[in-house]
Design a protein around this ligand. Structure first.
Ligand SMILES: NC(=O)c1ccc[n+]([C@@H]2O[C@H](COP(=O)([O-])OP(=O)(O)OC[C@H]3O[C@@H](n4cnc5c(N)ncnc54)[C@H](OP(=O)(O)O)[C@@H]3O)[C@@H](O)[C@H]2O)c1
Length: 369
């Protein structure tokens, strides 16, 4: 199936609902792909109609950006491709201004990314992680300057507190800066905590959610089992302290077991069902799929070719429901009648409402302007 395109957040940028993650481009981290395989992954993705590529300045020490830039250039895809990349992580240990989100680092980092990507503009430039110190005023002014300079087309935030993203978007609105178009956050059946704040934030204030690690680093493909060694990133990184690799929990095994049942009932792979579930969640603009091997990507690219029946979706909702901590526990159905005088009051329907949805086969789907 050829993918349709949606606009990202309130921007006019058309992106496919499955983005190609390129954190696996390069073998430096011990669980990536070589260049020939990376080229095959790009070819499969483009053949399926995808136009949205995600990388970061320090993925695999810069190899991810370099290879992505080369692979796109070799195929003559630069105009068609929407390239997202990110800054924040430190490129020169010992120099605090070679990392973080201050103006000095952003202006340093963008030049490196442009060079490695071999391009003169970045379609979507994303703050990678909150550094806890830089005011949002400085970040937003600097990003807006990059847009004015023609080096960046759109901007987004990844891995920040919701209050920070909300304030950043308010600053953009109040000062006439280009608004943020995207929030890039971890979201999967195994990690649903963004539902407390970010889904409504993005939906209400024009930021499309770009979902990372939708298979929880491979856990939701079903290849890992309790007490057994699996083959893949989570096995390689079993002793890492990085929270992204700590997936072997009782709760996650329960989710994997239910996912397997649902996948059997619908006759699809576990990875496809997990991706279909996440891509259909409110607020999700694009799901960033990752792969180290072509057969994985082929599997994942078929994830939107079917409809997950409501009762099966509900079973996955139930087994993966996140705990509801304070203050969110005050917003449920128990206390609302006391607020609304016993009258049922609901907000506008939740969900991501793209301004443009171009059906498959309705044209190239690429902005020709
Ligand atoms: N903003 C951020 O902080 C952030 C963080 C992380 C990722 N990201 C972005 O999100 C992208 C996707 O993240 P991710 O790679 O963690 O996604 P993921 O979908 O959770 O994991 C992908 C990995 O799972 C395994 N896999 C994928 N499909 C499979 C299949 N059908 N069958 C079996 N195994 C399969 C492969 O690893 P093995 O072969 O090793 O098992 C693959 O590399 C990244 O490339 C990056 O662009 C952003």
């Amino acid at each position: 199936m050829t993918m349709p395109y949606h606009t990202l957040g309130n921007s006019g940028l058309r992106v496919s609902p499955l983005a190609l993650g390129t954190m696996t481009f390069g073998t430096e981290w011990g669980w990536g792909a070589d260049k020939k395989t990376a080229g095959e992954l790009v070819d499969l993705y483009v053949a399926a109609g995808g136009n949205f590529f995600d990388t970061a300045d320090l993925y695999t020490g810069g190899t991810s950006e370099s290879w992505l830039g080369e692979l796109i250039a070799e195929r003559g895809l630069r105009d068609q491709a929407v390239i997202a990349t990110k800054f924040t992580y430190n490129a020169a240990p010992g120099n605090p201004n070679a990392g973080g989100n201050g103006r000095k680092n952003i202006l340093r980092a963008v030049e490196g990314s442009l060079k490695r990507l071999g391009t003169d503009y970045i379609d979507l430039y994303i703050l990678h992680t909150w550094d806890r110190v830089t005011p949002p005023e400085e970040v937003m002014r600097t990003l807006d300057d990059l847009i004015s300079a023609g080096k960046v087309r759109h901007t987004g935030l990844s891995n920040v507190p919701a209050w920070y993203a909300s304030r950043a978007q308010s600053i953009a609105e109040a000062r006439g800066y280009e608004p943020l178009a995207a929030l890039q956050l971890e979201y999967s059946l195994a990690e649903r905590n963004i539902e407390h704040e970010f889904v409504s934030l993005g939906t209400a204030h024009g930021m499309g959610l770009m979902v990372w690690s939708p298979l929880a680093s491979g856990l939701l493909s079903g290849k890992y089992r309790p007490g057994a060694a699996g083959a893949g990133r989570l096995e390689t990184m079993r002793n890492s302290d990085n929270p992204a690799f700590k997936r072997f929990t009782e709760r996650n095994w329960r989710i994997v077991a239910e996912l397997e049942q649902v996948a059997n009932e619908v006759g699809r792979s576990m990875a496809q069902v997990a991706l279909n579930w996440i891509a259909g969640r409110p607020g999700v603009a694009s799901t960033i799929i990752g792969a180290t091997r072509p057969e994985q990507l082929k599997d994942n690219l078929a994830a939107l070719d079917f409809t997950l029946p409501a009762e099966l979706r509900a079973r996955l909702d139930a087994v993966s429901a996140p705990a509801v901590p304070f203050p969110y526990s005050f917003f449920g159905s128990e206390l609302q009648p006391m607020i609304h005088g016993g009258v049922a009051v609901s907000d506008k329907p939740a969900g991501y409402y793209p301004k443009v949805s171009i059906p498959a086969g309705a044209g190239a789907g690429v902005d020709a302007s």
